[in-house]
Ligand binder design. Sequence first.
Ligand code: ADP
Ligand code: DP6
Length: 330
Amino acid sequence: MKVTAKAHTNIALIKYWGKRDEGLILPTNNSLSVTLDGFFTTTSVEFKPDLTKDSFLLNDEEVEGEQSIRVTNFLNLVRELAQEEVYAEVKSINAVPTAAGFASSASGFAALAAASSKAIGLNLTDTELSRLTRQGSGSACRSIFGGFAEWLQGVEADGSDSYAVPIAPKEHWDIRVAAVVLSSKMKKVSSRSGMKRTVETSPFFKGWVESIPADLEGIKQGILDKDFEKVGEIAEANCLKMHATTLGANPPFTYWLDTTMAVMQTVQQLRSAGIPAYFTIDAGPNVKVLYLPEHEAKIQETLQHIPGVTEVKLSRVGQGITYLEDEELV
Ligand code: ADP
Ligand code: DP6
């Protein structure tokens, strides 16, 4: 049976940055994100007895190397869980730039997990699906849910208690996110290798981990109370702390470009002018700006005039996994 699933990316307001187990993808801290409706992946999976290996087509091109190995490694987990030994044909379309800090790994692995587990006959709960998805890419486990979701780091060595849980559905709060595109190029340091280098070498990593519980408590209360300033202030500060750890790594690195800084300064100027807006940045140069619907026109206009900005893409809060009936990739 061929199954097609659609998953949206998410942007972390409290970042996942550090692993305690690289094989099982277990994090050193809880993280919290908002799912975005503007960026998504659609993936179809069909297990076929006549195949001698998995095939992976991304955006209509046959993929070999690292990206296809990650897909096969993930399918091995699905096969193990289902006790089946059959290869799959995977076709995926990213409505999001790949490996450029737009969380294509999140929507990509969430869609792959949903489509492959269903196609092989597993009937997983959302919790089970999130736990499985985590082993493809950590941040992807939050994309099983729409709205706001928290990934619980868990304490068990086998990862059984490390999965995402919903905090509030998308209907809870209409906040918006502007994705400010400066570069859609593949980044030099992937999230995976960047966080590994940070954990292993940055003296700032300890302080980062210690600062998480207070940020989490505050932001969860802020989301429940729909307190935009509280949520924005905590998210922006948390992002800056994450990026600060990379400057302490050996060798040091940063994901920022000069235009990244220009966008950050513009957001701070918007606030000084009385428009509540806050930024957050994942492992890439592009910036996401949080704002409220009533300020959309001003936010868009201001951001797209910053020299070096190529595109501003507006997004609402998105939904969790959906399955497409007509088997068509969109
Ligand atoms: P990003 O910021 O886009 O998440 P990462 O470097 O963290 O960047 O992850 C990108 C990687 O995620 C890709 O190199 C590929 O291995 C994987 N990936 C992206 N899209 C898909 C997809 N649709 N299906 C499977 N894997 C994907
Ligand atoms: C900065 O989930 O891409 O976006 O688990 O190694 O696949 P792996 O890493 P990934 O890292 C995401 C890091 C981040 C922060 C976040 O999304 O929480």
